[in-house]
Ligand binder design. Sequence first.
Ligand code: MG
Length: 379
Amino acid sequence: MSENADTAIVIVAAGRGTRAGGDTPKQWRKIGAQSVLSRAVAAFAGFPRIVVVLHPDDMTRGVREFRGRVTLVAGGESRTDSVRNALASLTGSGVDRVLIHDGARPFVSPGVIARVIAALDHAPAAAPALAVTDALWTGAEGRVTGVADRSGLWRAQTPQGFHFDAILAAYRNHPGPAADDVAVARASGLDVAIVEGEEENVKITWPADFARAERHLGRVMDVRIGNGYDVHAFTEGDHVTLCGVRVPHTKALLGHSDADVAMHALTDAIYGALADGDIGRHFPPSDPQWKGAASEIFLAHAAGRARARGYAVSNADVTIVCERPKIGPHAPEMARELARILDADADRVSVKATTSERLGFTGREEGIAALATVTLVRS
Ligand code: MG
């Protein structure tokens, strides 16, 4: 049994809040690739029992988004009614504790959740908050009318945690609306412990909150992966150019540029990670100015496009497929050359090779194939 099996999670997302702008209620709007609500649910991934309270109109959408991973409950007229419905759905489930979280707080951290749960060992209720540090004013008609005392004031966050039977009874005794679950608990005489909240645990409310959340996400986890593949045929000649390194051989590679098949694969991997087309789009083979060109131009262009969008190459891995020439002795120099062009650390660039056991066009030594994978990270 999971160590969290005795703790239920209730995520309240039944509001129609459109203060955040747009036609879609804020909990369904996306930050990066995921909705605000999906992120809030994912923050509790270690908990087997999650109840999500949705507006009745959103139930179909909820089924599609969560596919049985959570229990969906229809919300009521007010937030208080919605939480009451969720608690009723957990009656008799045997849970000891419940954390009630706002579906518009997608960045709650494991640390905040753990602090709330730990505090429930010593108190019937616990919630995260931050001490108010800004000065507080009263104001009217665009003028300051007074300065308020901020000492002893806290900014409340969620999840707010409770012993299940205690909060269930508190809701039953509190028929009207309330500001939050702590207010209901206190009205019922429950002692509520304050634990340290976090600035990142923001509630998405206004349009600017989405922009800030995108930036937050960009700082912590905007990683992109791309792959590339290229083939060039052999022709008459005395060397091939691979990853910018001239390697003596009994043949050459045929191509419009210097036919550096490995560098082309890596270049395409970067364009791919950026969803920015491919090498042929940026450097059309029909354009005579690229005839015989050093492929460094292409790779530097792709890396520059990445940099312009805030991405750095985190690592690159290139595989060259051929029987001959032998790549191994040249691989370290090739990796150094790629790292130089990419402006990446040398230990983040890999060049390796394989044969195809004499099978297929590479096995018959009709040409060379190359594959590349790259990760870009926005820092
Ligand atoms: Mg090519």
